[in-house]
Ligand binder design. Sequence first.
Ligand SMILES: *Cc1c(COP(=O)(O)O)cnc(C)c1O
Length: 454
Amino acid sequence: MSSDPLPALLARALEHLQAEFATLPSVEELPVAAAFEPILAEVAHRLGDNYPYFHPLYAGQMLRPPHPLARAAYALAMSINPNNHARDGGRASSEMEIEAVRQIAQIFDWPEHLGHLTSGGTFANLEALWIAGQLAPGKRIVGSEQAHYTHQRISGVLKLDYASIAADNRGRMDINRLEDELKKGDVGTVVATMGTTAIGAVDALDQIVALRERYGFRIHADAAYGGYFRLILDELEEPVRRAYAALERADSIVIDPHKHGLQPYGCGCVLFRDPSVGKFYKHDSPYTYFTSNQLHLGEISLECSRAGASAVALWATHELLPPVPGGEFARGLSACRAAALDLDRRLRSRELFQPLVAGLPDLDIVVWQMVARTPELAGQRARETFNACALHDLHLALVQLPHSWFVPQGKAVTSPGPVGVTCLRSVLMKPEHAAWMDRIWERLILATGKLSEE
Ligand SMILES: *Cc1c(COP(=O)(O)O)cnc(C)c1O
């Protein structure tokens, strides 16, 4: 830690920032009190009660550490603490937000768009569905049963009816079931998930786009987790590649820079293909917009105050790692996917583990069932493995999934009806996971050596 060059770099950047305001008469600064030290030590101690999210042996939930440059830029911005609601609150950081959002829109080949950052994917989805509801009042929203759980709740908040469409044995929306719903004639918006939160499954957006020709509805792509994989679409298997290729034909897209985009929390993004939806955001605030008649982000956002620091961190990250195909950032995504395929291959080589029967992971999340006589026993073994791995410093996650996804075709499911089973899940969203796979695997095998006999 002591050789970390970041504090020195940040201190120099802070001096540059202070020089920007050098003409102001000096103000006595608040003293950095000795009383800070024990409190900060206590904070550090309290924070020790976390999984080590920054470490490659943390391979559990959807957590990717922010880039050091993003952390530094965020900290630098905090000494100004801009508010990107309006130019009065954050002139420079509003410009940086507009530039950073434009770069994200380029991932989807949208030269024209309306978009902004949000506090996260949930709020970004809320805005997209709010616009969808304005455009098709009273019509239903539908999403797959594997869509993020918040879509149903958001629809409730917006007083829009919501229906779940069954998913197939790869976690993708069942397109035939979708068409059954569409035939009822009251669907206003289809939410396509580009990378489900549970297993990273990608809905067949190309087929949903084709259905739109026939039935007419709005398409919202929830790419909060998987959006950046558009940068490496040619490396993805069919039909996932085709789904990503259709992404530019969605009407709105949500992507979370705080998931795969190397940002600290508090950074989602919503994009609309048709900028004219901005008219729905119009309001007359008597106190916010006086100093300029340029676009204020608060005029196209449901949230009022927003962290300018988030925009600054994202902008800085794009300077170093532009989100473009073939760049270093995109190569990081390829490494994540390679790690997932590597783990999946190793799991398939052992009797003990049963990954998805129907095929490879779509993105960089791997799920598997522990082989056992009954789903209950499989769940127990998954929990035991989860705990035993943690004792070896390997942190995985648990997830509840349909048992039928792990049963080879033709083999009877032991219990009748749709049965959930607790499975193991690993989100391999750090590029370093690829190089660490031997060490991850070694610990997993060690942990399963101690499983109780059936
Ligand atoms: C994470 C996620 C969300 C919610 O985003 P937050 O940033 O956690 O609010 C929505 N949809 C999908 C597919 C996600 O993975």
